[in-house]
Design a protein around this ligand. Sequence first.
Ligand code: ADP
Ligand code: MG
Length: 414
Amino acid sequence: MIKTIQELKNLEGKRVLLRTDFDVSLDQKSGEVKDDFRIRAGLETIDFLLKKRVKLIIIAHLGRPGGKVVEELRLKPVYELLRTKYKLPINYYQESRGEEVKKRIKKIKEGEIVLLENLRFYPEEEKNDPDFAKELVNLADFFINDAFAVSHRSHTSTVEITKYLPSYAGFSLIREIETLSKLKETPQRPLIILLGGAKISDKIGVLRNFRKMADWILIGGALANNFLKAEGYEIGISLIEPGKIKETRELLENSNSDVKANYNYSFCVDNCKVIGGEKIILPCDLKVISGRKIKTKKINQIKKFDQILDIGPATIDLFSKVLREAKIIFWNGPMGFFEDRRFISGTKEIAKTILESKAQVVIGGGDTISAIKNYSSKMEKRGNIFISVGGGAMLDFLAGKSLPGIEVLEAQCS
Ligand code: ADP
Ligand code: MG
């Protein structure tokens, strides 16, 4: 149980402190916001509060300045976007604490916003610091957390702050909790987990948690390299997370022996065959750099100096066939090194398959979202596709871990 923003009554004229997630990527040259997906996710809460005529104080972070002022990581571009594109009545102050901030906040009128500076410019933010928390709470009557993507962190603005103010969850945070809980607790079948990206240690918790429940687990991206190596295949000079092969092998053995796939389909594409009963499905062909050429190779043809950078066309077909059987899909992690356009097709084709799918779909992960940027606004319009704002927070939630930022909100109910 969690107290939600809808429970707040008599808000007019109250000072509300809102922790949002404005951690967006910026264009390196222009410094402007490149993708405002996370900002869009937070607008419902902001609009709701403005309609209630509160005095709104927004706190947020951007990037990893490491406790000091980094000019390129000021929240100014976010402020500009909110003011111009979304026409919000917003002011911006280039600090988050001190006498000047207090003075400014005294001057806000009902139905107006003040955006404070990047919280992570202050080393105290990441130290869950009581003094910093007290300074922030002195600015307001209520606290609302709407930043799911940082709720796995014990920071001042996610945890400590809730000790001193009545605290509630905003709409984005509520939606994340509800959607991800449904995926974890009452999934329809077939349930398909599609994982890619780079670091297996980030994803292994999800793999373990869904090992029994999922019908199929499709693995692409550099993640697949770990699995292929664990299966004894040559992977050349491809990216791998060292020290994880033993764990990967254990996962493969457990998933494919004691827990059989729940559906007995037989997928067959080209010469690669996946028989029902084998839960973890690995790529059957790959796009590699071999010498100076880009080649598509079967998984048993990889040479010592080849570099795997995308899934191949037969794998795209295979994964798409499996995904078309799904009632529920969870996707995290690009299928290849998408930053280089020569290796984007795996991710792009999978995004297209998902766009056509009638299944309930949850997609998440910072790089995944930037990789599917061209599809995300279409996806957002589809009622069956949910794009999570959380990267690490989403993976922790789905791995069954308790998130400190949510825990403290739940504690307010007991
Ligand atoms: P997310 O942020 O969506 O959770 P990750 O951070 O796990 O995703 O991984 C994204 C990164 O993985 C991207 O930078 C992408 O280029 C990289 N990647 C995916 N496949 C490969 C590959 N075969 N070789 C090298 N890098 C890869
Ligand atoms: Mg990432």
